[in-house]
Write a protein that binds this ligand. Structure first.
Ligand SMILES: Cc1ncc(COP(=O)(O)O)c(C=O)c1O
Length: 397
């Protein structure tokens, strides 16, 4: 019998860790477990009828072209339609600044391919999106982490990290961050852009949730504020349907050749057919209503989860109320571990993601992430009650 080692799979690939979230999802898929673990959008939010209509239009309008290879940068008309749509947030946006990617996860990989040599540093928030860590770990990145408060990344700490570690870029999730739900304030955004400009560093603005705002005014996007200092990632996953695996990366025009090359190495191009379906969907002009209806669905779920938490969790537990997105971020009392609590929670048929994997340099043991988008009211109430009971039973004396 051969083994990956005998066949010579490279050591750094053998060392890669599988996604902890996927491991927890396996646990939580046991029958009867109420799971707040995944980051899945609600399936009832998918605009199935409109997508069926868009698919028919694709066959009628583009025929074999929809089934053919297409450009690595993406279908031209699709990039134009995304630019038209995106200009409400980024007034200068043009199709020339857009490359279509197979999910934002691929966008993160392309950034890693383009910028990272083994041992290079990335400045990021702690906590940060675990999928970005997976993408950058493949390139053997190291991390200079910066803490967060209610205004997002504590940018005052960034300059010292930049001086010390000479990072290749600064990675942030500025809106309704996964996992913390926090949104970066305008002041911090401007401060971050100033540092990036002074040290000639790109900011990677990973923004899947920015449109899912339930209340309050949107904060200007990093790309709108910082222009070519910022590489932005947006996706159809959370505003339409993740199964398409279609997203877009916005970059300075003189970087597009680089991204085109690194994308070609991986998959030649993103699905032509999928791009055309979403092109027709965009032309139907329904995306704004779709986003509104998602917010209408998620907001009461967030509120119900918060209310049930306030009734059933001990008062020592702290929860951040996000103004949008998919997640609640919970801090347990000192001395409690989200990881140690999980098997007990799963025994009681409720699951979540514990927080420590979101901290690449360690820490966060007392934290956990709860997803509210993909649970119905009954499960939210029952699951939170179960979790409250487990927390109470395991409180330090
Ligand atoms: C912060 C962040 N970035 C990127 C992604 C990946 O999105 P996509 O489905 O477009 O690959 C996610 C998905 O949950 C995310 O939370």
């Amino acid at each position: 019998m051969t083994t990956p080692e005998k066949w010579g799979v490279v050591p750094h690939v053998l060392d890669l860790e599988t996604s902890i979230i996927r491991e927890i999802l396996k646990l939580s898929s046991k029958p009867g477990v109420i799971s707040f673990a995944g980051g899945l959008p609600a399936p009832e939010s998918f605009p199935e009828d409109d997508l069926r209509e868009a698919t028919i239009r694709v066959y009628d309008k583009y025929h074999h072209q929809a089934l053919q290879y297409s450009l690595s940068m993406g279908v031209r008309e699709f990039r134009e339609a995304i630019a038209d749509y995106g200009r409400r947030r980024i007034p200068e946006l043009r199709a020339e600044n857009i490359i279509i990617t197979s999910g934002s996860q691929q966008g993160l990989d392309l950034v890693g391919r383009a910028f990272l040599d083994p041992g290079d540093y990335v400045v990021c928030e702690a906590p940060t999106y675990v999928g970005a860590l997976q993408a950058f770990n493949f390139y053997q990145a190291r991390y200079a982490t910066v803490g967060m408060d209610k205004e997002g990344m504590i940018v005052d700490e960034v300059e010292a990290a930049v001086k010390k570690h000479k990072p290749k870029f600064i990675y942030v999730v500025p809106n309704f961050q996964n996992p913390s739900g926090i949104t970066m304030s305008l002041k911090r955004r401007l401060q971050l852009i100033d540092i990036a400009n002074r040290y000639h560093l790109p900011i990677i603005d990973d923004n899947p949730y920015g449109d899912l705002r339930f209340e309050g005014e949107p904060v200007d996007s990093l790309r709108a504020l910082g222009g070519d200092t910022v590489i932005s990632l947006s996706t159809f996953s959370k505003i339409c349907a993740p199964g398409f695996r279609i997203a877009w990366l916005i970059a300075p025009e003189n970087m597009m050749g680089v991204f085109e090359k690194v994308k070609q190495c991986g998959d030649l191009h993103t699905s032509t057919f999928g791009q055309m379906v979403l092109l027709e969907y965009l032309l139907m002009d329904k995306l704004d209503d779709q986003i509104k209806s998602i917010c209408k669905l998620y907001r009461p779920r967030r509120d119900l989860m918060l209310k049930t938490i306030s009734e059933h969790f001990p008062s020592e537990v702290k929860v951040i109320k996000p103004n949008g997105g998919l997640f609640l971020w919970v801090t347990l009392p000192n001395g409690m571990s989200g990881k140690d609590l999980l098997p007990k929670a799963v025994d009681s048929k409720v699951a979540y993601v514990y927080g420590s994997p979101f901290f690449p340099n360690g820490g966060g043991e007392e934290t956990l992430r709860l997803n509210f988008s993909n649970a119905n009211d009954e499960n939210i109430v029952e699951g939170i009650k179960r979790l409250g009971r487990i927390i109470k039973e395991n409180m330090p004396q």
